[in-house]
Write a new protein. Structure first.
Ligand SMILES: C[S@@+](CC[C@H](N)C(=O)[O-])C[C@H]1O[C@@H](n2cnc3c(N)ncnc32)[C@H](O)[C@@H]1O
Ligand code: SF4
Length: 381
């Protein structure tokens, strides 16, 4: 196993819960911020041994909305990490931001603390759509935020979009994609375009079920998909994972770790980790997380010690998420086994059905395979 590591930090606070979101994030728990950050830093210190013996390459501060809380807390977390981590190996430090909570002062602190990549959740350029999905920002908040990030000198920016959304038709989607592609001169180097997931018991689920909101039909959604895939590619944004596009040299190093089945440690409530062939996460209740850390009790839950077969199957699924796919030699080097000795029948079937292709010594999803990737995953579950 390599000695490198990624770090994920979870900040579970938001001004208001968006209607589609089921991440562990809270509004109206601001009184817990200070105690939470204290607990999170303590958790980092509890892992001093592993952090100081590994080459930490990436840090990703996600949420929730990390930009919502006072920037002094972000600095406190990073300073705690920097006491333990050898900074010479650190390549990428990302923070997720909401357009309406970015300020010049916060950005100065981020930059001083080594943050070199900002991910901004835009979702849509239309204010009526943003309102319908419960976002707290407007399009004009986004343009101001982008200006501030550009002035800060942090020049690696990613923008998040979601489709379909209530009130979003093909033309409005096209406008949104065209607008974001046009932001290269504003240092937008990376675009994540997520397919909307409607989670049970979210407000959006209720609005859709009760007929207060609606989405375009499958055909129009497919038109949107076709448009985004062809246009982004044409304009130089390389599709490198199912939902992710980047200019050359700006692929997300942290997220690539997930798809390359590399190790990472997550800190904070509900944060996931993958270490020594074991997957686990922290408990999902902020109150219990803070209490357990304060009382030196374990915070790990859902521990899965993976056997070789589950590791190999997971590696296949994760690698196929990347457009470059699964390199046969990399599989052999990693697992000392030939993938065809293990899964010949499954792979042959997927190739025969036009979902997989063997190209340049790599297995890749075909154009059709990318559209129905779930069918491929089911084969290897
Ligand atoms: C955890 S959010 C963090 C960023 C920040 N809180 C924000 O929303 O701007 C990361 C991204 O996940 C995406 N996302 C969240 N819920 C989603 C859902 N139900 N379906 C599709 N994408 C979703 C959004 O694009 C969001 O920007
Ligand atoms: S701001 Fe982001 S994390 Fe918070 S509720 Fe909205 S989508 Fe979820």
């Amino acid at each position: 196993m390599n000695n490198d590591l990624g770090i994920y930090i979870h900040i579970p606070f938001c001004l208001k819960k968006c209607y589609y979101c089921d991440f562990v994030s809270y509004s109206n728990k601001e009184e817990m911020i200070e105690k939470y950050i204290f607990a999170l830093c303590k958790e980092i210190l509890q892992n001093a041994d592993i952090l100081s013996e590994r080459k930490v390459e990436t840090i990703y501060i996600g949420g929730g909305t990390p930009s919502y809380i006072d920037a002094k807390y972000i600095k406190q977390i990073l300073d705690t990490l920097y006491m333990l981590v050898d900074k010479q190996y650190l390549k990428e430090v990302t923070i997720e931001c909401n357009p309406n909570s970015i300020t010049k002062e916060k950005l100065e602190i981020y930059k001083e603390s080594g943050i070199n990549r900002i991910s901004i959740g835009l979702q849509s350029i239309y204010d009526d759509i943003l309102k319908t999905i419960g976002r707290v920002h407007t399009f004009s908040d986004f343009t101001s935020a982008l200006e501030l990030v550009n002035q800060s000198g942090i020049d690696n920016i990613s923008v998040d979009l979601i489709y379909p959304l209530p009130n979003l038709d093909f033309n409005r989607f096209k406008d949104t994609v065209d607008y974001v592609i046009g932001l290269k001169d504003k240092n937008v180097k990376h675009i994540s375009i997520y397919n909307l997931e409607v989670h049970e018991n979210t407000k959006l689920d209720f609005l859709l079920k009760e007929g207060y909101a609606s989405l375009v039909d499958e055909d129009e959604e497919y038109e949107m998909y076709k448009y985004l895939v062809s246009t982004l590619q044409e304009k130089g944004f390389l599709r490198y994972e199912i939902s992710n596009y980047a200019l050359e040299g700006y692929l997300s190093k942290h997220n690539l770790r997930y798809w390359e089945q590399k190790e990472y440690l997550g800190f904070g409530v509900n944060a996931s980790s993958f270490l020594n062939s074991s997957r686990y996460k922290n408990i999902p209740s902020i109150e219990q997380y803070i209490d357990n850390i304060a009382n030196n009790l374990p915070t790990k839950t859902d521990v899965e010690d993976m056997d070789l077969l589950s590791l190999m199957k997971e590696y296949i699924i994760l690698s196929l998420r990347k457009i470059d796919g699964l390199n046969l030699m990399s599989f052999k080097t990693r697992y000392k086994k030939d993938i065809f000795d293990l899964f010949k029948e499954e792979i042959d079937d997927l190739i025969k059905n036009g979902l997989l292709i063997l190209e340049n010594n790599s297995l890749k999803l075909t154009t059709r395979g990318l559209e129905v990737a779930n069918v491929v995953w089911e084969t290897f579950v």
